[in-house]
Design a protein around this ligand. Structure first.
Ligand code: S3P
Length: 441
């Protein structure tokens, strides 16, 4: 018997108008929590995202012996302290660690646990149990770690760590910040310099944050290195707002006539705001305003106005990593543009929380939009006058970014839509609907 829930999303009654904030960045929050747990001493954290994914990392660090004292703030974020296991290392947990839906938790933990004489089983929900893990276990095995069952592709997997890891120089087969981070974190404790090269630049939060925790990193074009053995010392981290969440509000403002929004205190890390450049190339009225840096992470505001005429564009393969989480919502914007939009080499979308490549095409087909795949390239033929029919039902398949993408069809259009399992937005942006509805009052 299915226990799916259906949420009806109704059109916003007014344009989006005003200044707002989005919750803390998910990638930076995971790293702040995990690095603080690894560090010697007590770290101070603020602006941490309170979402299901980050809570999976928090629960994991507690099970491994970190002392976590984070409390909910008035703005909905988490703030407080984490005392790490430091040089004593993580404690052997009683049970398997359940990473829920969070690929970042599972993959980063593999690199975190590999350098310790410990056996820890990692598991996750049905979506996470389908996602590829060999990309992480393969380089960690080269460093000397073992995994059981040997050769296993998917969770559950038991990490059999060793304090005898050796440094490696590794050419990653895909641009993945989770893979890069797992290797660098293991490399912190290995003898010598660990270097990871990637085919195109993935997000660099780890390279930027590790030095804050007292571990120098070197980063060059498409490569990052760390020299061990080292250990992390406590730090203070302020987490800026999540550009991936801001992308949904920005896209809504673009599509809903007469809208004008300013999203403040967002991370403006260039590896994360590729969507603003993509939207600019589509002719969108969007701009970014830098205001400062939290540690080494730049932040500021993103301003967007409704843009009646958008045009399709081509996004080359080497820019895909900088928009990887935004491709579903950018595809919906492209569906409203004049001409064809092409996203080159997007095979990574097939192994996200769902097969997002297939789901983008299925969802756009429901809107009557022609979208197709040639090789690993996604093509979308936009319709400037696109309007949805009554009675549309979109499946989220429990994927937070699909749930938010298809909800924009209802919010910015003239007809309500039904979304199956809309609650999955809790993975990254629990208050999404409240935030967007508040802007339209
Ligand atoms: C993330 C890296 C990306 C991204 C994910 C978060 C991170 O995944 O899609 O949402 O925090 O390192 P990949 O490393 O699989 O590209």
């Amino acid at each position: 018997m299915s226990n799916e829930t259906i949420t009806t999303i109704r059109p916003l009654q007014a344009p989006l108008d005003g200044t707002t904030h989005v919750p803390g960045d998910k990638s930076i929050s995971h790293r702040a929590v995990l690095f603080a747990a690894m560090a010697e001493g007590t770290s101070s954290l603020s602006g941490v995202l309170d979402s299901e994914d980050v809570c999976a990392s928090i629960a994991a660090t507690k099970a491994l012996g970190a002392k976590v004292d984070l409390t909910k703030q008035e703005d909905g974020s988490l703030a407080g302290s984490i005392t790490g296991w430091g040089q004593a290392g993580p404690t052997q947990p009683q049970d398997a660690i359940d990473c829920g839906n969070s690929g970042t938790t599972a993959r980063l933990l593999m690199g975190i646990l590999a350098p310790w004489n410990i056996r820890v089983t990692l598991t996750g929900d049905s979506s996470l149990q389908r996602r590829p893990m060999r990309r992480i276990t393969a380089p960690l095995m080269k460093m000397g770690a073992r995994f059981e069952p040997e050769g296993q592709e998917t969770l559950p997997i038991t990490v059999c760590g060793t304090d005898q890891l050796h440094a490696i120089s590794y050419d990653a087969p895909m641009a993945s910040a989770q893979l890069k981070t797992a290797v660098l974190l293991a490399g912190v404790y290995a003898q010598g310099t660990t270097t990871l090269r990637e085919p195109s630049a993935s997000r660099n939060h780890t390279e930027l944050m590790l030095p804050e925790f007292g571990v120098p990193t070197t980063a060059a074009d498409r490569s990052a290195s760390v020299t061990g053995p080292e250990y992390l010392k406590s730090a203070d981290v302020v987490v800026p707002g999540d550009p991936s969440s801001a992308a949904f509000l920005a896209s809504a403002a673009l599509l809903k006539p007469k809208s004008h929004v300013v999203i403040e205190n967002v991370s403006l890390n260039t590896a994360r705001i590729g969507f603003t450049r993509t939207l600019e190339r589509m002719g969108a009225d969007i701009s970014v305003h830098y205001s400062g840096a939290a540690g080494k992470e730049p932040y500021g505001a993103i301003e967007v106005r409704y843009t009646p005429v958008l045009r399709g564009c081509e996004i080359p393969a080497d820019k895909i990593a900088s928009i990887v989480d935004e491709i579903p919502v950018l595809s919906l914007v492209a569906a409203h543009a004049r001409g064809v939009t092409i996203f080159r080499e997007v095979s990574e979308l097939r192994v996200k929380e769902t097969d997002r490549l297939a789901e983008i095409i299925t969802g756009l087909e429901k809107l009557g939009v022609d979208a197709w795949v040639e090789g690993n390239d996604l093509f979308i033929e936009g319709q400037p006058d696109l309007a949805s029919e009554p009675g549309l039902v979109f499946e989220s398949h429990g994927d937070h970014r699909l749930a938010m993408t298809w909800s924009l069809v209802g919010l910015c259009g003239e007809e309500p839509v039904d979304i199956v399992d809309f609650e999955s937005v809790a993975v990254s942006y629990p208050q999404f609907l409240t935030d967007i509805e508040r802007l339209a009052k």
